[in-house]
Design a protein around this ligand. Structure first.
Ligand SMILES: Nc1nc2c(ncn2[C@@H]2O[C@H](COP(=O)(O)OP(=O)(O)OP(=O)(O)O)[C@@H](O)[C@H]2O)c(=O)[nH]1
Length: 441
């Protein structure tokens, strides 16, 4: 594997979604190979091995598993990272395919996806399975929409395996169904490319495929270069969810976290919520270098005067005194139930994972159940929610917790809901009832 240089290009986080076996690993593996990230000798070895096992068709998918393993041995964080460059951008694939719990990682992971590739098989029966009520094409699209991922590239895969191969008619049928569904979810489909590909043969991945002369849109890699960079929320109030707090001898208290919005400057007076403790920023450090100010996306450690290590902890949020982070007495969310063995009712108290905080919260009201296709109310005050339902729900955190409205601070306004070691649901916060607290200092 070649060593990837730190690039000057803008950095984007990409997530690859889609129904099981629709070709996510094969497509990503093939792109990485074609962009030169894989030694041809290594591929030949894998090919040989796959042939021996009578599974030649898994060549590229195995490649990906191999790369994943190589990386995982070296990293300690729980996201599986893969990086590659296109003409314009430097991409990190967060949570590569095959990972069942991508939903939780998307929310609680270090980075949020800027864009998604949805891989959909056009093979007879497979496309239909993905769009069935239990299908993940459908589920992942709902999740992407719920999480606010607007930039989606749809790769209509396995075009070599349609009947007849590379059938324009089948392509049209597939995208027609997808476009109707996505429109219903509120996606602006005029901005979404639908690219017929074969992840296996490489059609329309990098160069235009001669097998599909009827298609004149971008190739998959061209579509990646057409992604728009999301603006940095530097004009918004400061929010830094704290990941850890250190006490360093000779320096003092050093909280560590990622700036999600606003700008932090040396000398600023800041407040940590919920404890409502005020401190003064003496220095800011990023990648072992002192900096004067930190902006959204920067992972920093900063030394604060007036705060001890025991005053604050992971899950607290730093902000300026003029607009302190909100402690929620209660919050309302649009919730999607991913998995539950029976039913979710009022009184249910799962753990809410929002930004760096993990705090139990009780459901106090099931306000309404929504029609997942239209987002409109389908039932008022339902008795219970089950797997696959989308609903408006009120929560009461059992301990003080900072969250914000998703529309104002996306990174602090989305959460995963966990119980029994599994992700039960995901939500975005539409409203917060703030708790008034006295700020000390
Ligand atoms: N004919 C054909 N087969 C493909 C293509 N892409 C993938 N496949 C096959 O489809 C099967 C599943 O491919 P994967 O890449 O493992 O699918 P995946 O979506 O990553 O699967 P999970 O990670 O298990 O969800 C394998 O047998 C692949 O060889 C394609 O473009 N054409």
């Amino acid at each position: 594997m070649r060593v990837i240089p730190m690039s000057e290009k803008p950095h984007l986080n990409l997530v690859v979604i889609g129904h099981v076996d629709h070709g996510k690993s094969t497509t990503v593996g093939h792109i990485l190979y074609r962009l030169g990230y894989v030694d041809p000798k290594k591929l030949a070895e894998l090919e040989e091995e796959a042939k021996k096992k009578g599974k030649e068709s898994f060549k590229y998918a195995w490649l990906l598993d191999n790369l994943k393993e190589e990386r995982e041995r070296g990293v300690t964080i729980d996201l599986s990272f893969m990086k590659f460059e296109t003409k314009k951008y430097y991409f990190t694939i967060i949570d590569a395919p095959g990972h069942r719990d991508f939903v939780k990682n998307m929310i609680t992971g270090a980075s949020q996806a800027d864009a998604a590739i949805l891989v959909v098989s056009a093979r007879k029966g497979e496309f239909e399975a993905g769009m069935s009520p239990e299908g993940q094409t459908r589920e992942h699209l709902i999740l992407a929409k719920t999480m606010g991922i607007e930039q989606i590239i749809v790769a209509v895969n396995k075009m070599d395996a349609t009947e007849p191969p590379y059938s324009q008619e089948r392509y049209k049928q597939v995208i027609d169904t997808l476009q109707k569904f996505m429109k219903g979810l509120g996606f602006d489909i005029s901005k979404i490319p639908f690219i017929p590909i074969s992840g296996w043969n490489g059609d329309n991945l990098i160069e235009r495929s001669p097998a599909m002369p009827w298609y004149n849109g971008p190739t998959l890699v061209e579509a990646l270069d057409n992604i728009q960079i999301p603006p940095k929320p530097i004009d918004k109030p400061l929010r830094i969810p704290i990941q850890a707090v250190y006490a360093i001898s000779g320096i003092g208290t050093v909280p560590v976290g990622r700036v999600e919005s606003g700008v932090l400057k040396k000398g600023d007076r800041i407040v940590f919520m919920p404890p409502a403790i005020v401190g003064e920023v003496r220095s800011i450090e990023m990648h072992h270098t002192q900096i004067e100010k930190a902006e959204p996306g920067d992972n920093i450690g900063f030394n604060v005067r007036g705060v001890t290590k025991t005053d604050i902890k992971r899950g607290d949020v730093a902000g300026h005194l003029t607009n302190p982070p909100t402690i929620a007495k209660e919050f309302t969310a649009r919730l999607f139930i991913i998995w539950h063995p029976s039913a979710v009712t009022v009184g249910y108290t799962p753990v809410i994972h929002a930004h760096t905080a993990s705090i139990a919260a009780k459901i106090t009201e099931l306000v309404s159940k929504l029609d997942p296709r239209t987002g409109k109310e389908a039932e008022k005050n339902p008795q219970f929610l089950k797997q696959g339902d989308t609903a408006i729900v009120k929560f009461q955190p059992i301990k003080q917790m900072v969250v914000e409205k998703f529309s104002e601070f996306p990174a602090l306004g989305r959460f995963a809901m966990r119980d029994m070691g599994k992700t039960i649901g995901i939500g975005v916060i539409t409203d917060v009832v703030p708790e008034q607290v006295q700020i000390k200092g």
